[in-house]
Design a protein around this ligand. Structure first.
Ligand SMILES: [Fe+2]
Length: 384
């Protein structure tokens, strides 16, 4: 190994049907007396937030529900959450949802523990103090935000997604209960599942990949081609949901420690600028960025094809590598992912701004092939 590395994730991670029952006990163990439960309106309306609040109260911890995490949570969401946290005298956080609720809760937590506004923490490890205890309950598979040190918050004034990568926002406990995912609609299953695949691919190609992150990513490649289409075709397939929980968590283990690349760097801009779902942005970009990254990484893409289950016997390294990208394209097509950004409202004239912002995104740093701004513009153009 030529450079130092670390491997981090929440200290406790719970899996399996019924694991949400542990939420209150885990807060109590962290000496919490009152928790702000951060969730979105949809889950609140479904009664799920109340169900979790009851579990927490049973353990002797009070709860205040904050059901205002928006998809692509904003700096305003975070500021409002900080006010709610202080007004209710909370000393802990619970997040319930997919990426948005966890990201909002992490943003609230870092500001509560360190002061200022969320903008002060854009970048890598900008905070001084550890965050208040956060128990993150995941409802999608997934962003893996319930177990990472990544928080993505939209700066409304600039229409830019700020990437906050900070060891202090890592949740204390993550909970992945597949029962909560049985009702996910097919389009959300597809988008979040392909986000998980993108995490593993980008971590696998990253300049910071190592044997630990590789082993996590390779398992993701084995699970997703089999179980993501099953979860998409039949949301009630418990085995498929369970396998996707592990796949998305392993993807989180990989990218939380190896970093990401240009797919996420560009997807953050597309999502922030046009308010598009994160997983869809990644799924559209992944084949284009992969072709760009193929130069200098043919051997890695050939291994990717092998782990995706492709028969690469007798093929040259380049032929095998191309099979990996074709497999990813076929998977996205099978799951009805839109073929480009134009149909989602993206405009040609915005490309230079989007590319300039993508170059500055912290996730760009570990992309294996270094791009100029004109390269990024070309990648976005290809993905239109
Ligand atoms: Fe992602």
């Amino acid at each position: 190994m030529t450079k130092q590395s670390s491997f981090s994730m929440p200290s406790t991670n719970l899996f399996g049907v019924g694991s949400i029952q542990e939420t209150g006990k885990r807060l109590k163990d962290a000496n919490a007396t009152k928790a702000l439960l951060v969730t979105d309106k949809g889950l609140f309306d479904l009664g799920l937030a109340d169900r979790i609040a009851d579990i927490v109260k049973e353990a002797g911890v009070e709860v205040e529900i904050f059901p205002k995490a928006e998809p692509n949570p904003t700096d305003e969401n975070v500021a409002e959450g900080v006010e709610a946290y202080k007004a209710a005298n909370c000393d802990a956080l619970v997040s319930l949802g997919g990426g948005s609720s966890h990201d909002a809760a992490k943003g609230i937590g870092i500001v509560v523990s360190n002061g200022g506004t969320i903008h002060d923490y854009e970048g890598v490890d900008q905070s001084k103090n550890p965050m208040v205890p956060l128990v993150s309950i995941n409802t999608t598979a997934g962003t893996a935000s319930e177990m990472t040190k990544f928080t993505i918050i939209t700066d409304k004034k600039r229409s830019v997604k700020m990437a906050i990568v900070d060891k202090h926002v890592t949740p204390l406990v993550s909970i992945n209960d597949p029962e909560l995912m049985l009702g996910l609609p097919p389009a959300l299953t597809a988008a979040t599942g392909l986000d998980a695949l993108t995490h593993a691919v980008e971590a696998y190609m990253s300049t910071d990949a190592n044997a630990l992150t590789d082993s996590a990513a390779e398992k993701v490649f084995e699970i997703i081609p089999e179980f993501l289409p099953r979860a998409y075709a039949n949301g009630q397939d418990v085995e498929a949901r369970e396998q996707m929980v592990f796949a998305q968590f392993l993807g989180g283990m990989a990218f939380n420690n190896a970093g990401l690349g240009y797919v996420h760097a560009i997807a953050h801009q597309m999502g922030g600028f046009y308010n598009l779902p994160h997983g869809v942005c990644n799924a559209i970009l992944l084949p284009h960025v992969s072709r760009f990254n193929l130069v200098g990484r043919e051997d890695r893409f050939a291994k990717l094809a092998f782990y995706l289950g492709e028969n690469i016997e007798g093929l040259s390294t380049l032929e095998a590598a191309e099979k990996a990208i074709e497999r990813i394209e076929r998977l996205a097509a099978d799951l009805n992912i839109p073929s480009g950004f134009a149909e989602l409202g993206a405009k040609e004239e915005d490309i230079p701004t989007l590319a300039a912002n993508a170059m500055k995104d912290v996730t760009a740093a570990t992309n294996p092939r270094k791009a100029r701004q004109s390269d990024i513009e070309e990648l976005i153009r290809q993905a239109m």
